[in-house]
Design a protein around this ligand. Structure first.
Ligand code: PHB
Length: 401
């Protein structure tokens, strides 16, 4: 596998990783699939955050996708792989230009990304128009598998609505009545909050206050003061990456940890419990993954990831790994011939992906139908408490596929 940075502006790209970049650059100069009598590499472009608050998410996705490719012997459908990694910076205003460059200048066969829902909106719109194969390994924007759904757009993660709904259901079942919502005020936070409400309200719960924080700001003091004065039964929050570290630490430092229950979608404690330390212990969240899922594939994956990267896997790694497996299923089915589009798409729609999260299937709108678990942080691990909702499907409102 060769990897190289793209020709884009220096700020928006990663430095080159590994050897063979010169070879990759030379190979990519050939417009056809066959260079010097040899099949050209399959070209995969990532548009993921390699800087900013979501950096560790982008890195985990990339690492695990590369692990999936390495386990495939470094070939997809018999072809070598060239990765072009571009830093999205999790900045929606930059997304259209970077997506266009990957598609029209780099001429990638697949575009993999993003993490941020705002970036996803721009990417999915362009991929939909251009027909480029796109695999979303995180961003939950409901629209991607709703009104923007398309045969060439797949997601291996979740819709923002999905992890919120089970948490609302769990709290309603426990008899909680008054909840405050606090989230980064953009698509992901708002849609996650809506999922929570949809699970919570039918059980008689009410939302007593919604507090939005501009992304990616981490000044939480005013929100914490307000929450303390309201003293609700629980607070549901959407923060991830660096923001989740800061929020959970600030929550404990404000003395709220043993007074008010803090819950959220699992992103609140994914990949960050080490940085959060004691402040994370005991936090309950819902997600389509947990570190302790007792499945052979999960154990094997966690061992392989730890060995390769020297740190524990998390949900972002799982989603990146499955993105790699999904692309492999598509390309293997057509012997690497990306021109055989219909057959490749069909193979991806029906792929039985052996995921660390357990078996999941692709919905008609190309979003995972999957189990959601209630989890709790114990000794720094997100442990399974129970299955919260089995085989949850996103409503896919507006998808006409
Ligand atoms: C999103 O913007 O869709 C998003 C970002 C980070 C997460 C989850 C969702 O952890």
């Amino acid at each position: 596998m060769t990897q190289r940075k793209s020709q884009f502006s220096r700020r928006s790209v990663l430095t080159m990783v590994g050897a063979g970049a010169g070879v990759a650059a030379a190979a990519s100069a050939f417009p056809t699939r066959f260079a010097i009598g040899q099949q050209a590499k399959v070209k995969i472009g990532t548009l993921l955050p390699y800087s900013g608050t979501y950096t560790r998410l982008g890195e985990a996705i990339t690492n695990a996708m590369e692990l999936a490719f390495a386990q495939a012997g470094g070939k997809l459908g018999g072809r070598d792989i060239e990765l072009v990694k571009v830093d999205s910076e999790a900045k929606p205003p930059k997304a259209a230009e970077l997506t266009n460059k990957l598609i029209n200048q780099e001429k990638v066969d697949f575009i993999v990304g993003p993490v941020h829902s705002g970036v996803a909106m721009a990417m999915a719109k362009i991929a939909g128009e251009e027909g480029t194969m796109m695999v979303v390994p995180n961003a939950g924007a409901n629209q991607v598998t709703g009104p923007f759904c398309a045969p060439n757009i797949f997601r291996t993660s979740f819709s923002n609505w999905q992890p919120g709904f089970p948490m609302g259901k769990v709290l309603a079942e426990e008899g909680k009545k008054k909840v405050v919502l606090c989230y980064w005020d953009y698509g992901a936070g708002k849609q996650s909050a809506q999922g929570f409400k949809d699970g919570f309200a039918p059980g008689g719960g009410t939302i007593v206050k919604e507090i939005g924080i501009p992304f990616p700001k981490v000044e939480f003091q005013a929100a914490l003061t307000e929450i303390a004065s309201i003293n609700p039964d629980a607070v549901y929050v959407f923060f991830a990456g660096g923001g989740a570290v800061k929020f959970v630490k600030d929550w404990a430092a404000a003395g709220l940890k043993d007074k008010i229950e803090l819950v959220g979608p699992g992103f609140l404690t994914e990949g960050v419990t080490k940085a959060q330390g004691a402040a994370a212990e005991g936090i309950r969240t819902t997600l389509h993954y947990a570190d302790t899922l007792d499945l052979p594939t999960n154990h094997a994956f966690r061992d392989a990831y730890q060995k390769a990267y020297g740190k524990p896997a998390d949900v972002y790694a799982v989603q990146g790994y499955d993105a790699g497996q999904l692309i492999r299923a598509g390309l293997d089915a057509v012997g690497g011939d990306v021109g055989a589009r219909d057959n490749m798409v069909k193979a991806m729609e029906t792929a039985a992906i052996d995921s660390p999260r357990g078996q999941w299937t692709m919905s008609k709108a190309h979003n995972p139908v999957q189990n959601f678990y209630l989890r709790q942080v114990k000794n720094g691990a997100n442990e399974v408490v129970k299955l919260a909702v089995e085989n949850l499907t996103d409503p896919a409102t507006g998808c006409k596929m």
